[in-house]
Design a protein around this ligand. Sequence first.
Ligand code: SF4
Length: 230
Amino acid sequence: MDVPVSSPAGSLETGDKESRLKITEIFLSLQGESSRVGWPTVFVRLTGCPLRCQYCDSEYAFYGGNWHSTVSVLAEVRKFGVKHVCVTGGEPLAQKACIGFLSELCDAGFSVSLETSGALDISGVDPRVVRVVDIKTPDSGEEQRNRWDNLAGLRPRDEIKFVLCSRADYDWAKQVLTRYGLVERCEVLFSPSHQQLPARDLADWIVADRVPVRLQMQMHKLLWGNVPGR
Ligand code: SF4
């Protein structure tokens, strides 16, 4: 299994076809995004994504990976000994077994979040899971993939994330907030695209406009740079 040295995932075993996940890496780090920022968190990165956002920092998860049973992945997660688990990708929901795996994590007592592109149906995700749902902006190159129906089913514990590449993206995102009444329904995160939009510019715009969103800085990149497995 092609995983960082820090991961014990090399001991995973292959499972049956009905409950398998294709995994790129499993690792322990600090949560760098969302309202859960700063918590020691186990990340389970699933392989594959049907989107191609121009700023993607997880391209190494598009291909490769290895199949493993959800039971064995859960066992690996337990070994790290922390409460918080983030299922990410790629696009985790592109794998059928992901929905069941999320519930298995909740049943096992973990506090679970899911990072998803917003391009796939999120309605089947266990309500105990915090769904962090992207809305793809025009400058992402994948705006046409937004599944707007997802927004009707948002829960108060969910979070919406915009990765913003420009002033034009920012103005577009503000219009989306108003059109869908998003800030009244759940937490909204505005994140500057790494090395494309200065965080200070975005901070100044948010303050000047009194936009009730949370600025998100991707803490893991500030701490360790843009490297896999951190
Ligand atoms: S949805 Fe996420 S993983 Fe997929 S291309 Fe976009 S940024 Fe990369």
